[in-house]
Design a protein around this ligand. Sequence first.
Ligand code: ATP
Length: 252
Amino acid sequence: MIQLKELTKKYGQFAALKELNLTVPRGVLYGLLGPNGAGKTTALRIIAGILQPTAGSVSVGGFDVQKEPERAKSRLGYIPDRPFIYEKLTGGEFLRFVAGLFGQNGAEIDRRIDDLLSVWELTAWRDELLEAYSHGMRQKLIISSALIHKPEVIVVDEPLVGLDPKAAKLLKDIFRGFVDRGGTILMSTHTLEVAEALCDRIAIIQEGRIRAEGTMSDLRREARAGDAGLEEIFLKLTGGHEVRELLEVLGS
Ligand code: ATP
């Protein structure tokens, strides 16, 4: 459903992604993990068609994002880590605007907007300007905007940041339901407990390359980590145990 082939992205001379290969099959909730600066956001932005790769290709639902951007993007809902919103629109106007970008309008979209606002308990805020929304409320609206056109694939960068526990639980349930109905999700996160509990498969990337990939059992095997949890696997594979040793030396 999502396929990255030999994906390279350079910022000037610096290669943030280095011939990255990754396949996210249909019906899978896929976690993308990695240390700060590993290249997660860069990869997700290329999939969403916001950044151009230096080399390699990306397809969504079988459509090449560079060659057939409209077909690829119509299947995709993208939830960025630092979303842009129009402060002077109301919540309802913003969702109608985004639906319009996908060529969707009319009574059915109005009903869907009502449903999404209701799910996130934002109905009373429908006609309020976005400048008055809190951080978490904005996040809920951005998630709603990514779902408005009924995408087959969701690409999401750090989805839980800013959500309260009830909203975080709701989002996890929405994601699970979406995947169980045949949807596909690629999600970057630093919240390892969430990744471990929620994701069917996980890739750990480091310095623009895949360090390990697979189910939790595959990762345990790769890290020779017995029945360890994801935190231990992550630290073992990415060299984080050196930080632990340093903390011991410092006596903390
Ligand atoms: P984090 O977990 O910290 O959000 P990440 O895995 O999402 O990190 P990216 O944001 O993709 O990492 O960044 C990958 C690398 O590319 C980093 O070294 C970053 O400094 C660099 N980078 C990202 N955007 C740019 C840019 N516009 N210009 C130059 N370098 C960039």
